[in-house]
Each structure stands twice: as structure tokens, then as C-alpha cells.
Design a protein around this ligand. Structure first.
Ligand code: ADP
Ligand code: AMP
Length: 217
């Protein structure tokens, strides 16, 4: 099963993807994570992407689609892939169709997480992750069970993204509205879109997604 998690920054895509990875053995393909790894490693792609990401704008379609293609081949995603943060433009949506087609795969669902934009600034400015394993947390909505200790790996080191500030979030939301939301009709005409209330608590959002993947919704 191949699914896209679609929604603005902070909608909960990464949170739900990592749960699906854990519970269903699916593979998470996050272009944001791939780009951050490239920036950290100082690769040519990373050098090109760094300033664009810090400004909250979109990296070029050619770069992200190439990253996804490489990862589809190396990740062994036959148990199912979750596209998280990709596609973000019409050109990327068309590129993804081609990439899947070439590999004899297809899309099963596009799960749209619908959220109230005002809540997103709060979600994003409160977001932090484990510096060791990448598990995601939030200052109020998802704190580690033991203070300053990662639930998953026990690390005591956490980090925050440089683009997770109120000003950049506004640009990222504007990019979503202008370039990403308009790709929904492309999938709607194919009957692939399922909507989930992304404002519900994390576990409830998960249950709604499970019902879709299990064919019960
Ligand atoms: P995205 O990957 O869509 O940018 P994340 O999954 O990283 O979003 O979620 C953004 C922040 O909001 C994280 O700190 C996460 O813990 C928190 N979060 C995710 N889903 C919910 C929810 N349903 N309710 C409250 N907080 C949430
Ligand atoms: P994310 O981790 O999905 O919030 O992405 C962080 C940043 O990486 C975005 O604000 C963009 O600058 C860049 N990015 C991630 N995925 C894409 C994509 N599919 N297309 C263009 N830019 C992307």
C-alpha cells in the first residue's frame, strides 16, 4: 500500500508516519528529512537547499523528485510507502505517478490532514525531536514520558529545527496554500482522497487513518 500524507506544515504528517512505520512496517519517505540530511552532510544538494529551506520556500521539483526516486530504489519500500511532505507541487505529483508506474506500483490513498491554520504556529513553534533517533515531541501536546529522556531511545539530547519559527511558518503555510493544496483535485478526480480531522488528539487522528487503511472508512 502506498499513501501520501498531505497537509500543511505542522499538520501531523511526520507524527502519524512514524507510528505507521512502527505499527505496520511501512517505509516513511520524507523529503524534508532527506533534505535536512543533505544539508547536514554538506552534499551539493544540501548546499543548494539550505537557504531555500531556511526561508521556508520550496526546493526545486527536480531535486526532490530525484531524492524520492533514489530512495524508492534503496529503501525496499515493497511493504508500502508513506510519502510525507512530497508531492508539494503539481509537477511533483506528476513525477510521483511516473516513478511509481516505472516500478509497477500505484497510489492507494491520499490522506489529507485538515487543520486550523492558527493552531499550526503553536504546533510548529513547540515542536522538538530527539537528536539521536529523531522521535518527534511537542512542548505541550507530546512531552517525553520521563522529563528530558527520549521515550524511544533514552537519549537526553533534543533539537529544534531552524525553520520552526513563527515568521518562517507563515511563508511555509503560504507556499502550501499556493502550490500544494491545488494538487488535491488531481487526486480527487481519481477517487483517492480521504480526509482526516487533524485537529483531533494524536491517537484519534491515528485511529482515523487506521480505519482508512483497513478499508473501514
Ligand atoms: P508535520 O510533519 O506535518 O510538519 P508533525 O508531525 O511534526 O507535523 O507535528 C507538528 C507538531 O505538532 C509536533 O510537535 C507534534 O508532536 C505535534 N502534533 C502532531 N499531531 C498533533 C495533534 N493531533 N494534536 C496536537 N499536537 C500534534
Ligand atoms: P518539511 O520537513 O516537510 O516541513 O520540509 C522542510 C522544508 O524542506 C520545506 O519548507 C521546503 O523548503 C523543503 N522541502 C521538503 N519537501 C519538499 C518538497 N517536496 N518540495 C519542495 N521543497 C521541499
Amino acid at each position: 500500500m502506498n499513501i501520501i500524507l498531505l497537509g500543511p506544515p505542522g499538520a501531523g504528517k511526520g507524527t502519524q508516519a512514524s507510528r505507521l512505520v512502527e505499527e505496520r512496517g511501512m517505509v516513511q519517505l520524507s523529503t524534508g528529512d532527506m533534505l535536512r540530511a543533505a544539508v547536514k552532510a554538506g552534499t551539493p544538494v544540501g548546499l543548494q537547499a539550505k537557504a531555500v529551506m531556511e526561508a521556508g520556500e520550496l526546493v526545486s521539483d527536480a531535486i526532490v523528485s530525484a531524492l524520492i526516486g533514489e530512495r524508492l530504489d534503496s529503501a525496499g519500500a515493497h511493504g508500502g510507502a508513506i510519502f510525507d511532505g512530497y508531492p508539494r507541487t503539481q509537477a511533483q505529483a506528476e513525477a510521483l505517478d511516473l516513478l511509481l508506474d516505472e516500478r509497477g506500483e500505484k497510489l492507494d490513498y491520499v490522506v489529507e490532514l485538515t487543520v486550523d491554520e492558527e493552531a499550526l504556529v503553536d504546533r510548529i513553534t513547540g515542536r522538538f525531536t530527539c537528536a539521536t533517533c529523531g522521535e518527534g515531541y511537542h512542548d505541550r501536546y507530546k512531552l517525553p514520558k520521563v522529563q528530558d529522556t527520549c521515550d524511544v531511545c533514552g537519549s537526553h539530547e533534543f533539537k529544534r529545527r531552524p525553520d520552526d519559527n513563527a515568521e518562517t511558518v507563515r511563508t511555509r503555510m503560504a507556499e502550501y496554500r499556493a502550490k500544494t493544496a491545488p494538487i488535491l483535485p488531481f487526486y480527487e478526480t481519481r477517487g483517492l482522497v480521504r480526509r482526516v480531522d487533524g485537529m483531533a488528539p494524536i491517537a484519534e487522528v491515528g485511529a482515523q487513518i487506521d480505519a482508512i487503511l483497513d478499508g473501514a472508512a
